[in-house]
Design a protein around this ligand. Structure first.
Ligand SMILES: Cc1cc2nc3c(=O)[nH]c(=O)nc-3n(C[C@H](O)[C@H](O)[C@H](O)COP(=O)(O)OP(=O)(O)OC[C@H]3O[C@@H](n4cnc5c(N)ncnc54)[C@H](O)[C@@H]3O)c2cc1C
Length: 489
């Protein structure tokens, strides 16, 4: 039998050891789970846990008559009500001090489905995944969702979410009809041509204009796509995207921008989902894959400096490996999310999103280099990831972030929780917001409220009308949350 010292000289043996070692590390990476939600030691928090608050009670929504009774009672006794889906919003949008929280997660039945007319009526606490499970066997898919399928429909419509589809407009546009429990306690059927314009305020209305009970959504075919990936210079992106829009053989698209020191804001990857003319055949919904490996790569990137360069390279290898592969529309709408969980004590990871008009993109990115550090290895405020999505002009909602065709830059940020660290993060994000405003852009409201009231008002010039409509439709201010208190009140 060869001695161990001899074996150690053999490249194949050393290689196998490295593979075993990396495998053992990956296998043992713990999959974290954030502790957030409706009863953390009597305190309610949302996904970031940044704004713990005591509430009077949490009511599990089961029955529309019970919900109606709660709203009517609150109008009489002055109680405040907030609405919670899966609480992935990050700025206290789902609760209010001493208020009642309606937990919508169990209000999730499919009520009607019509394959021929391609429409589904579903209760608002259902997740996109619930809808996908119901429609996949019939070869149908959603028109617009976020990049993951983990959110509730009510929560998604109340922020008027957007995703990777570049052919359909905002999510609000895909709703044919909804049933609303109004702030005065009436149950109303609302259609698109409703003279009362309820959709305008309820969609993107952050739970302040009543409870969405159910919606009828338009569906489309579960097409089969070929993935195309390509590396680009940031300066080439705008013309690449404009060509993509004209050619019309791409259904979905997003991009990643480098935040690694050696290619900081200069390099990008684009990922397109191109029509094949074929439809999905008996494909199942994909489950989360490679969670530990993705987490290992992201954990490296979280350290900044040369390790962030390594993370960017690993993304390059992964993205290139997708080129030419086929994927169904349903599966392209359910990206992994578990690997992003982050639970280090004393630190937090948050999302922010900045929207800039398509034609301003290149200049904006160049100027952004002056706002955030190129190498954040030694900084407390770290940017791990920027993805870019297209958000088409939205004329339907009152607090609309896409006042024209925009690129949304979704940013994953980490910072410490000491007072000074929060101040520093706030100051940097406010500078970033000012830069965005200078280019005619805006920022997304479901995330933590680092921005000032002045920045909110400049970003959302129709805020006063929004506030007036709130007063008119909910005169007792029954529907409340910390987001409204911070920005609008
Ligand atoms: C990892 C991650 C990825 C994300 N990706 C995207 C993305 O790709 N695109 C995008 O646009 N956004 C994205 N978001 C933001 C996300 O879309 C919003 O936070 C969305 O609100 C989450 O849905 P939810 O069920 O968790 O809603 P919640 O956070 O529970 O609620 C959000 C708002 O909706 C209100 N609400 C909930 N249910 C109802 C109802 N039935 N009736 C009336 N009001 C209601 C709440 O009061 C609250 O104001 C992402 C967030 C995370 C954390």
């Amino acid at each position: 039998m060869p001695k161990i010292t001899e074996l150690l000289k053999k490249p194949w043996f050393l290689g196998s050891l490295v593979v075993l070692f990396v495998g053992a590390i990956c296998w043992n990476i713990p999959i974290e789970k954030r502790k957030y939600g409706l009863s953390q030691s009597g305190l309610v928090t949302d996904y970031t846990g940044l704004l713990p608050e005591r509430v009077e009670k949490v009511v599990i929504a089961k029955n529309r008559n019970d919900l109606q009774r709660i709203v009517k009672k609150a109008n009489k006794n002055g109680q405040k009500i907030s609405i919670a889906g899966l609480q992935h919003s990050q700025g206290g949008h789902t609760y209010y001090k001493d208020g009642v929280v309606l937990d919508m997660r169990t209000f999730n039945r499919v009520l009607e489905f019509n394959k021929q007319e391609k429409k589904i009526r579903v209760e608002a606490g259902a997740t996109w995944e619930n809808v996908q499970e119901a429609i996949l066997p019939y070869g149908l898919a959603l028109k617009v969702t976020q990049s993951q399928s983990i959110f509730t429909i009510g929560g998604s419509l109340s922020v008027n979410a957007h995703g990777r589809d570049i052919r359909f407009g905002p999510l609000a546009e895909t709703v044919k009809e909804m049933t609303l429990l109004t702030p005065k306690g009436e149950i109303k059927k609302i259609t698109r041509d409703d003279p009362g314009e309820w959709m305008k305020y309820v969609f993107g209305g952050y739970g302040l204009f009543g409870v969405i009970l159910d919606v009828t959504l338009e569906l489309t075919e579960d097409d089969l796509y070929t993935i195309h990936t390509q590396k680009l210079k940031t300066s080439e992106y705008e013309s690449y995207f404009n060509r993509l829009m004209k050619q019309s053989n791409t259904a979905m698209h997003y991009a990643r921008v480098s935040v690694a020191p050696s290619s900081f804001l200069d390099e990008m990857y684009v990922i397109d989902y191109n029509y094949t003319g074929k439809q999905a055949q008996k494909t199942s919904l994909k489950k989360e894959q490679g969670v530990r490996l993705s987490k290992l790569a992201l954990d490296l990137g979280r350290r900044g400096g040369a390790l962030e360069d390594l993370f960017w390279k690993s993304q390059q290898i992964y993205i290139s490996s997708l080129d030419g592969k086929e994927i169904t529309r349903n599966n392209a709408m359910r990206s992994e999310s578990t690997f992003m969980e982050y639970t280090k004590p004393g630190r937090v990871e948050v999302l922010q999103e900045f929207f800039v008009p398509v034609q301003a993109y290149e200049d904006y990115i160049n100027e952004l280099k002056q706002v955030i550090p190129m190498n954040d290895k030694k900084e407390d405020f770290k940017v791990h990831n920027i993805t870019v999505r297209y958000a088409a002009n939205d004329n339907l909602t009152s607090l609309n972030y896409a006042k024209e065709d925009m690129f949304g830059l979704v940013v994953l940020i980490q910072h410490g929780l000491k007072e000074k660290e929060i101040e520093n993060a706030t100051s940097l994000i406010q500078k970033w917001t000012n830069l965005t405003l200078k280019y005619g852009g805006t920022y997304y409201l479901p995330y933590y409220r680092y921005q000032t009231k002045k920045q909110f008002r400049k970003s959302y010039p129709k805020w006063q009308k929004f506030a007036d409509e709130k007063q008119k439709r909910d005169p007792n201010h029954v529907f409340q949350n910390l987001f409204y208190e911070h920005y609008v009140k």
